[in-house]
Write a protein that binds this ligand. Sequence first.
Ligand SMILES: Nc1ncnc2c1ncn2[C@@H]1O[C@H](COP(=O)(O)OP(=O)(O)OP(=O)(O)O)[C@@H](O)[C@H]1O
Ligand SMILES: [Mg+2]
Length: 157
Amino acid sequence: MIVNTRGPEETRSLGERMGRLLEPLDVLCLRGELGSGKTTFVSGLVRGLGIPAPVQSPTFTLERVYRGKGIVLHHFDLYRVAAAHTGDVGIEAALQDPSGIIAIEWPESGDVYLPGDRLDLSFFHSRGDARRIRIEARGQRPRKILAALRRLALPLS
Ligand SMILES: Nc1ncnc2c1ncn2[C@@H]1O[C@H](COP(=O)(O)OP(=O)(O)OP(=O)(O)O)[C@@H](O)[C@H]1O
Ligand SMILES: [Mg+2]
């Protein structure tokens, strides 16, 4: 599935719609250049999961944890984490969390920990504030989420 968004609010809205469909043990990988909208999308996920907007920590962190009712969103950003160190950042532990939904930005160095069943999202800059977002489903459960998202996703605003 490919979605074109015209500004951050549309990307957030797409994330929100996906967030409503997610359940514990779902895993999302978010790839794409700096500033292509990955974190903006995750802020939409948080909203869609019904988690009240948290205060953003100003410090650089590898993992942010957002707690909702019966679900926990583990949001990783592995930018510049060397592959040799991803064992330290808690991905394995998060994957064991029975209430956990996992979203990983810059997953490349954590590849070895990733389950085969997952949603792969790729973000591309387009002209100005436009972004192109490609969503691919690997496995049965992700395919179900994507099919549901197709019915929910358009129009974005
Ligand atoms: N259509 C759009 N979708 C998402 N963000 C947009 C869009 N248009 C403009 N922006 C802006 O681009 C920036 C995207 O930043 P964001 O932190 O989401 O990117 P990122 O992919 O997470 O980058 P990084 O790799 O540095 O973590 C924000 O400043 C946002 O307001
Ligand atoms: Mg980011």
